[in-house]
Ligand binder design. Structure first.
Ligand code: UD1
Ligand code: MG
Length: 517
C-alpha cells in the first residue's frame, strides 16, 4: 500500500562526543580507516533514499566532506549551530524536508556497524504495519549507557528513558534503544516541536518522540534484532577499539569463507573496501587499507602495509614491505623490505628487492631492481637489470625530472642517473657511473675515477704507526714518496685492471673526454 511513499533519511553527526576526550568530532574518528559518519550513510545508500540530510555542527566542514565521500546522490548538510540534543538535531533538518512527504529513517552517526538489511527490515515493518513511528530495539547483556525501552502491560512501547533519568527498576531493563527509527514525515516534524528539555541534561531528546507519538495515538512498532554488535554505539575510545576488532574480525572471517588463508587472523587488518582473491595467503601482521585489490594465489609473507594498491595474481610480497598507491603485475616478487610509493606501475614478473624505493616509476615486464635502489619519476623497459645502489637523481632542488631507461639495459651497481636523462635499449652502464648525458642504444657508458694501486702501502703505514707509538724515528717520510709516485703514475691504467677490459676502458674515457671538449 504505502510502498509508493518516498524514503528520506537523517543522520545525526553534530556532536563533539565529549566521552571521546578528543579535539576531533567523534564521527570523524576512524574505523577500518574510514570516518564513522560514512558507515550509516553507506548502509542507507542501497535503500535508494530520495533525500538524505546529515546534521553537522562540530567541525562542520570536515564532517560534511567526510559524509560527501559516501557518494549519496542528494545529500544535504544542515547545520545544528548549538548541540541541544538529538531531538533538536533532527528539528534542524526540518527545512530540508519542507517539501517532502514520506517516511524518514533517522540514524545516529556513531552506530557504524549498522547493516542495510536491518534498515530495510525497519522500513518494511513500518510500511507494512502502517505505523507512525517504528524503532529498532535489541537486548544487551550489559545495557549501561543506553536508553531503555519501556513497555506497557500490553507489551507495547510507551516510552524510552535515558539511563541518567532512569529509576533503578528501569535501569534493570535490558532492551535498549540503538537510535534507529523510521517516522512518517507528517508526524515527525510537528511532534518535534513538542519536545521539552525535562531531563538531567536539559536537552531535547529525540527519544521522547516515542512517548509523544504513542500518546497521540500513532501506531508505534518495533523491530527487534539479535545481533547486539551491529547496533553498538561508539562513545569512548575503548568502544571504538572493541568495534575495530569486532568488525575487522568479521571481515577476515568473510574473506576466509571466500577462500583466503590468514596465518594469524588476529593480526590481519583488512579494510572494508579491500578485495582479496582466493587462494591468497596472508601472513601475520598485515594491514590492508583503502581500495586495495589483491589477486588470486598471492602470498603476503607478513608485516606489510598495503594501501590503495592493486596486486595482480600470484604476486609474492615478502616480509616487511610497504605498498602505497601502486599497481603490481602478475608474478611479481617484492621485498623483503621494499617500499612502493604512489604512481608505481610494475608489469608482470618484475622483481623489487630489499631496500628498494619506487615512486612514479613504470617498470616493464621481467625488469629487476633487487638491492638498495631509488627509482623515482622514471620509465624502465622490459628485461632490464638495475644493479645494487642505483639512484635516479630526480630532484635538483627546484624541479623533478624524469629518467628513461629502455629494454634489456644493464645498469651497473652504484650508478647515479642525473635526470633528465635517458639510457636507450640494450645499453650497458658500468658500475659506479654517473650518467649525466643520454646514452644511445647498445652503447657502453662508464665514468669512474681510475684505480690506483700502491704496493706494500699497508705494511709501511703500520710500521709508521708502530714507530710513532714507540717514539723511534718516524717511518712516514719513506712512505709518502711512494704514494706520491703512485699519484704521478695516475693517467696510466693500473696494472691490476689489465685483466678487465683495459682497451674498452681507455676508449670510453678518451671518447668521453673528446666530446666534453
Ligand atoms: C543516544 C540515545 C540513547 C541511545 C544511544 C544509542 C538520545 C537522547 N539518546 O544516546 O537512547 O541508547 O544514543 O547509541 O537520543 N548529536 C547531534 N546533536 C546533538 C546531540 C547529538 O547531532 O545535539 C548526534 C551525535 O553526533 C551522535 C548522535 O547524535 O552521532 C547520538 O548522540 P550521543 O551523544 O552519542 O547520544 P547517546 O548518549 O549515545
Ligand atoms: Mg552515542
Amino acid at each position: 500500500m504505502s510502498t509508493q511513499r518516498e524514503l528520506g533519511a537523517i543522520v545525526l553527526a553534530a556532536g563533539l562526543g565529549t566521552r571521546m576526550r578528543s579535539g576531533r568530532a567523534k564521527v570523524l574518528h576512524e574505523l577500518g580507516g574510514r570516518p564513522l559518519v560514512r558507515y550509516p550513510l553507506a548502509a542507507l545508500a542501497p535503500l535508494g533514499p530520495a533525500r538524505v540530510a546529515v546534521v553537522v555542527g562540530h567541525q562542520a566542514d570536515a564532517v560534511r566532506a567526510a559524509a560527501a565521500a559516501a557518494g549519496l546522490p542528494d545529500l544535504r548538510a544542515v547545520v545544528q549551530p548549538e548541540q541541544r540534543g538529538t531531538g533538536h538535531a533532527v528539528a534542524c533538518a526540518a527545512p530540508a524536508f519542507a517539501d517532502f512527504a514520506g517516511d524518514v529513517v533517522i540514524v545516529y552517526g556513531d552506530v557504524p556497524a549498522i547493516r542495510t538489511e536491518t534498515l530495510r527490515a525497519l522500513v518494511d515493518t513500518h510500511r507494512r504495519d502502517g505505523a507512525g513511528l517504528t524503532l529498532v530495539t535489541v537486548r544487551f547483556e550489559d545495557p549501561t549507557g543506553y536508553g531503555r525501552i519501556v513497555r506497557g502491560p500490553d507489551g507495547r512501547v510507551t516510552h524510552i528513558v535515558e539511563e541518567r533519568d532512569a529509576t533503578p527498576a528501569e535501569r534493570a531493563i535490558t532492551e535498549i534503544n540503538p537510535g534507529i527509527y523510521c517516522v512518517r514525515s507528517e508526524i515527525l516534524f510537528p511532534l518535534l516541536r513538542e519536545l521539552r528539555p525535562n531531563n538531567e541534561q536539559h536537552e531535547l531528546y529525540l527519544t521522547d518522540l516515542v512517548a509523544l507519538a504513542a500518546r497521540a495515538g500513532h501506531a508505534v512498532r518495533t523491530v527487534t534484532i539479535d545481533d547486539a554488535d551491529e547496533v553498538a554505539g561508539i562513545n569512548t575510545r575503548a568502544e571504538l577499539a572493541r568495534m575495530e576488532a569486532a568488525t575487522n574480525g568479521r571481515r577476515v572471517e568473510r574473506w576466509m569463507a571466500e577462500g583466503v588463508t590468514f596465518e594469524d587472523p588476529a593480526t590481519a587488518y583488512v579494510g572494508p573496501d579491500v578485495i582479496i582473491g582466493h587462494d591468497t595467503v596472508v601472513g601475520p601482521n598485515v594491514v590492508l587499507r583503502g581500495r586495495t585489490r589483491i589477486g588470486e594465489g598471492c602470498r603476503l609473507d607478513g608485516t606489510a602495509y598495503v594501501v590503495d594498491a592493486t596486486l595482480a595474481d600470484r604476486v609474492h610480497l615478502r616480509f616487511g614491505s610497504v605498498v602505497e598507491g601502486a599497481e603490481v603485475g602478475a608474478d611479481a616478487i617484492l621485498g623483503p623490505f621494499a617500499r612502493l610509493r604512489p604512481g608505481t606501475r610494475l608489469a608482470e614478473r618484475v622483481h623489487i628487492g630489499n631496500f628498494v624505493e619506487t615512486k612514479q616509476a613504470t617498470l616493464g615486464a621481467g625488469t629487476k631492481a633487487n638491492h638498495l635502489t631509488y627509482l623515482g619519476d622514471c620509465e624502465i623497459g622490459p628485461d632490464t637489470n638495475v644493479g645494487a645502489g642505483t639512484i635516479t637523481c630526480n630532484y635538483d632542488g627546484f624541479a623533478k625530472h624524469r629518467t628513461r631507461i629502455g629494454a634489456r639495459v644493464q645498469i651497473g651497481s652504484d650508478t647515479q642517473l642525473v635526470a633528465p636523462v635517458s639510457v636507450a635499449d640494450d645499453a650497458y652502464v658500468g658500475a659506479g657511473t654517473t650518467v649525466t648525458r643520454d646514452v644511445p642504444a647498445g652503447a657502453l657508458v662508464v665514468s669512474r675515477v681510475p684505480q690506483r694501486v700502491v704496493p706494500g702501502w699497508t705494511a709501511r703505514r703500520r710500521a709508521m704507526a708502530a714507530a710513532a707509538k714507540a717514539g723511534t724515528a718516524p717511518v712516514a717520510p719513506a712512505a709518502r714518496p711512494v704514494v706520491a709516485k703512485a699519484k704521478a703514475a695516475k693517467p696510466k691504467p693500473a696494472k691490476r685492471n689489465v685483466k678487465t677490459k683495459p682497451v674498452a676502458r681507455g676508449r670510453v674515457r678518451s671518447r668521453a673526454r673528446r666530446k666534453r671538449r
